[in-house]
Design a protein around this ligand. Sequence first.
Ligand code: ATP
Ligand code: MG
Length: 262
Amino acid sequence: MSAVIALANQKGGVGKTTTAINLGAALAMHGKQVLIFDFDPQANSSAGLGIRPDGATTYEVVIEGLPVVDIAVPTSIEGLTLAPAAPALAGAEVELVPMMAREFRLKRALDAVREAYDYILIDCPPSLGLLTVNALAAADEVIVPVQCEYLALEGLSQLTSTLELVRRNLNSSLRLRGLLLTMFDGRTNLSQQVADEVRAHFANTFATVIPRSVRLSEAPSHGLAISQYDPSSRAARAYGELAIELINPDGPHGRSRTEVPA
Ligand code: ATP
Ligand code: MG
């Protein structure tokens, strides 16, 4: 059974791309077949995996109806495939507007390939425009990365009402799989306060917390996942645990766990 998961938060810089790459890599290392679908014109998850596409990209998939298999490229991690993005995708936001069934273009494309993968992770842009709406219409589940910083909850009500609208009008089975606390800094009270506050508002927050880690921010400049760049780091361990929590929510890394990695 395959799962299509959108990584969404209209707030920028919260860890959507970092999670797409490193959760994708961790799932692949657990033997899963994973596709990262880069659906952000910034193309950060493509660059972060060391791939600069010279041919067709997710733009052609959503606008011209090109099959995903025609753009999918292997990465340096076995089992991890990338559908790369390019800046042209920024135009798609406008070009989609007059199209027939404009909200379902991505769903149509992904439904054709979903059986080939255990997980399809869609890296969304920081907006709630038509690209993100396409991702939410195509997805079974959403993961919302939340940075453990001041104003972390800001914008989350707008996001949850968008999810509700999508559920009512486009995709009734869309499930908020969980909020993911990112860039957690155990040395600050603020991080802990934000984590507590997010958990108080959203019971389905992942038990796994992603620590703030310089190694994690360095890895994409080498085109590597953290599991390749620094496999023994806390950040690599955290994404490994997140993968296990996703695969087996009732396991040892699931929500029953109380301690938070500092
Ligand atoms: P955008 O909305 O622009 O697409 P995003 O939500 O995809 O951003 P990322 O690109 O994953 O966010 O992260 C933003 C920045 O923070 C990047 O420079 C990334 O390397 C860094 N970063 C992400 N997670 C961590 C972390 N746990 N520790 C330290 N740095 C991090
Ligand atoms: Mg991003």
